[in-house]
Structure formats: structure tokens, C-alpha cells
Ligand binder design. Structure first.
Ligand SMILES: [Zn+2]
Length: 415
């Protein structure tokens, strides 16, 4: 049977936009965005709406033990591993209308387009809504996809608590989304995730599609520098053990390390604690975090080694005691080259300007990449803003990303 899809097939951008706007009315924010945090009543309402839409589109629904929803459109071979498009419906407390929800509803729009055209696929197609991606109510982030990918165990997920002491397990039960499908890795032929970029690069470069090649690796450190606190007046400069001498040099070097590893290197010093914290006292202790990132793990490890040896040398020069404590390590993710090519081919065939890009933020795809071929599609967002109620994207860019998703999924589902 000839395949009734062509190189120019696109999704219905207006239908996608109305679905996004309808979902945004659930758990509205106070400034035009959304507050639909994980496992709240608003989350339940958003899930119910998605499930109703997916059933109307002919999908069967499975819910796993941590509330991940899988809407499945049958393929010609029911035993073939499915091709999945997934993201999340939960938002930050002051979140936008597109972060996560775009990936879910772009997947739904793909299914609706296939239905309109009477296109069947060899492999089943699935749309996933992963539970608690944001991590703002229950830490850590990307919890649902983490359990389904074998990164976290279920009891760990169930025992997470929010600020009021409510547990993930109880709240999941309460909203009626504790399913019985095992939350565990299973055969998936391909996993795609369409997402807004959440950064400024595509908009700045005037590109419509970001072909995401991977997710940055990151380390978080706390640096603790101990000197000697003393009076700001009587103590001559050369007789002080002022931790600022070391801190100033370390911070400058930290930024220089990122610059030397441009364009992908990142170093951020997001806080500073000065003790005892008095304007006429040389501080005894400075404590600050360093967030350091690069998509190439070998390069990132080198950046970290440079930083640590600089800290040691500088502190010894200024007679400062130091500790560098590792708080977190997120390994870099490299997406599947075959899927990355499918996305690039689709974008080029459809005539959308595109560029390779590395994700600076974590996504559920970071987890699925542990057990299944995975890749992501980015579209621009206004001023690079996300995790902000003002988050915005254009109907035409969102449609373009969903059309690229459509072609990539069709390709992956055809063999
Ligand atoms: Zn997201």
C-alpha cells in the first residue's frame, strides 16, 4: 500500500494553538501564565482534558504506577516497539503556557493530523505525559520519567513531600492517577520531545527549528573559604588572611574558564554568604556556589579540574583554608544521531531555517535517553523567557515544530 504522506504535509497550526490556549485556562496564573503544579486539582483537570482529547482521537490510555499517561494510536504491527512523543503538563508556580504542554499537545496534533489524512503507521504511536517534570512541588525534577527510566525507584518517588508535608504517593492517589502499568523501562523504537527553547539563541539567530544534539552536563559545588576575621582599621593589608583575596581571583577565573570554553561553557556564581557580615570587619568565612556546565563531559571534567587546581593554588598563596564540596553532578546527554538526522531532514524538507543546538535545561528526554533512542526539537520563545508567566511563542513557530515532529515520527514509525 502506498504511503499517503508527502514531503509537504503539515499539522493544523490553528488547532494546535486552540488546544494550547484551552489547556492554559486550567490552573491559570495571575499574569497570563499558568500555575498547574504537579498532582494538584489543576493538574488532574489538565490530565482529564488531555485524556478526553486523546480518546476522541482514537487512542487507548495507559497510566503507570507514578501517574505517567501513555495515549496510544495503534500501528499495523501491534507487537512493534512504539514511537513516542512525550513531555509534561505540570508547570512552575508562576509558569508559562508552553513549557512542557507544547510537547504533549504537539504529539496530540500529530495523531490528529494522521487521523485527518487516514495515515496508518507500522509502529504504534504514543503520546506521553510525564509526571512532576518541574520539581517545584516535589523535588527532584523529572521524577515520573526518572522512575519510568529506572533512574529512581518507586518508593523514592512515593515518599517525596511538598512544603505542606503531603506525599507524592498520597497526592497521586487523591487525584486518581495512580495506575497499574509498571513504571519501568520498556522497548521504545524512538522517543521525541518538542519543547520551547527556554533560551534566546533561536530567536537571536532568526532560526525556526533547533535540532537538539544533547543536554549539557553540569556540576554544582559549594566553595567554603576560611580566613581570619579582624578589625577593618588597625590590621595592615599584608597581615590579613582575607578570604576575599582568594574569592575575587576564583570568581574571575571561573568566568574565564567558561569564556575559554565558548560557545558552550557556562559558569555561574549565583550567591555569596559573608560571615560575620559587617562593613568594618574583614570576613572570616565566605561561602558561594559554583554552577559549571558543558555538553561535552570530557571537556566539562577538564574545566572542573582547572577550577579545583586554581582554587588550591590561590588559597595557598593567600593563606586561606578551603573546601570545594560537590553538591550535584548531572552527566551530559548525547541524543541518538539517527533521530537527530531525522529531525534535521524533516526541518530542511519542510523549508524551516534550522540549526543544531544544545539544551541548557534538563528535560524528561535526559531520562528516556538512558534506555531508548531519544532526541528533541526546539522552537523559539519570545526574549528567551521561560519559567515566567510572560513566556510566549508564535503560532507559526509552534506549528513548524509540530510538523517537524510529525515527519520525524512518521519516519521512525515506518520501519
Ligand atoms: Zn519543560
Amino acid at each position: 500500500m502506498p504511503t499517503p504522506w508527502t514531503n509537504t504535509l503539515t499539522v493544523d497550526g490553528e488547532r494546535l494553538w486552540s488546544a494550547l490556549m484551552a489547556m492554559a485556562e486550567i490552573g491559570p496564573g495571575i499574569a497570563g501564565g499558568c500555575n498547574r503544579q504537579a498532582l494538584t486539582d489543576a493538574d488532574r483537570e489538565g490530565r482529564d482534558l488531555f485524556v478526553a482529547w486523546a480518546r476522541d482521537a482514537g487512542c487507548t490510555i495507559a497510566i503507570d504506577q507514578v501517574g505517567n499517561i501513555f495515549a496510544r494510536r495503534a500501528g499495523r504491527d501491534p507487537d512493534a516497539a512504539p514511537v513516542l512523543s512525550g513531555s509534561h503538563l505540570d508547570t512552575q508556580p508562576a509558569g508559562g503556557r508552553f513549557d512542557g504542554v507544547y510537547g504533549v499537545l504537539a504529539g496530540l496534533e500529530v495523531v490528529r493530523t494522521l487521523n485527518d489524512r487516514g495515515i496508518d503507521t507500522l509502529r504504534p504511536i504514543e503520546i506521553a505525559c510525564w509526571t512532576n517534570e518541574e520539581g517545584s512541588r516535589f523535588a527532584p525534577a523529572m521524577l515520573g520519567s526518572g522512575v519510568a527510566s529506572g533512574v529512581y525507584d518507586m518508593d523514592f518517588a512515593y515518599s517525596r513531600t511538598d512544603k505542606e508535608g503531603a506525599t507524592f504517593g498520597d497526592e497521586l492517589e487523591r487525584i486518581g492517577y495512580r495506575g497499574d502499568t509498571p513504571a519501568a523501562p520498556r522497548p521504545l523504537a524512538a522517543v521525541f520531545e518538542a519543547h520551547i527553547e527556554q533560551g534566546p539563541i533561536l530567536e537571536h539567530e532568526g532560526d525556526t527549528i533547533g535540532i537538539v544534539t544533547g543536554i549539557q552536563g553540569a556540576y554544582w559545588f559549594d566553595v567554603i573559604l576560611d580566613g581570619q576575621s579582624c578589625h577593618a582599621g588597625p590590621t595592615p593589608m599584608e597581615m590579613r588572611r582575607d578570604p576575599w583575596r582568594a574569592a575575587a581571583a576564583i570568581i574571575t577565573e571561573c568566568l574565564a574558564i567558561a569564556d575559554r570554553n565558548a560557545p558552550h561553557g557556562r559558569c555561574t556564581i549565583g550567591d555569596m554568604k559573608v560571615e560575620p557580615g559587617s562593613r568594618n570587619t574583614v570576613p572570616g568565612r565566605l561561602t558561594f556556589p559554583i554552577d559549571i556546565r558543558h555538553p561535552d563531559m570530557a571537556r566539562l571534567d577538564m574545566m572542573v579540574a582547572e577550577l579545583k587546581s586554581f582554587v588550591a593554588a590561590t588559597c595557598s598563596l593567600w593563606r586561606i583554608d578551603h573546601r570545594v564540596e560537590q553538591i550535584w553532578r548531572m552527566p551530559a546527554t548525547t541524543f541518538d544521531p539517527g533521530l537527530v538526522d531525522m529531525i534535521a531532514d524533516a526541518a530542511t524538507t519542510l523549508g524551516y531555517s534550522n540549526r543544531p543546538i544544545v539544551s541548557g535545561a534538563g528535560h524528561d528526554s535526559l531520562h528516556t535517553a538512558q534506555f531508548a533512542p531519544t532526541a528533541m526539537i526546539f522552537v523559539p520563545c519570545a526574549d528567551g523567557l521561560s519559567h515566567n508567566e510572560a513566556e510566549s511563542a508564535t503560532q507559526s513557530d509552534l506549528a513548524a515544530g509540530a510538523s517537524v515532529l510529525l515527519h520525524a515520527m512518521l519516519k521512525a514509525a515506518s520501519a
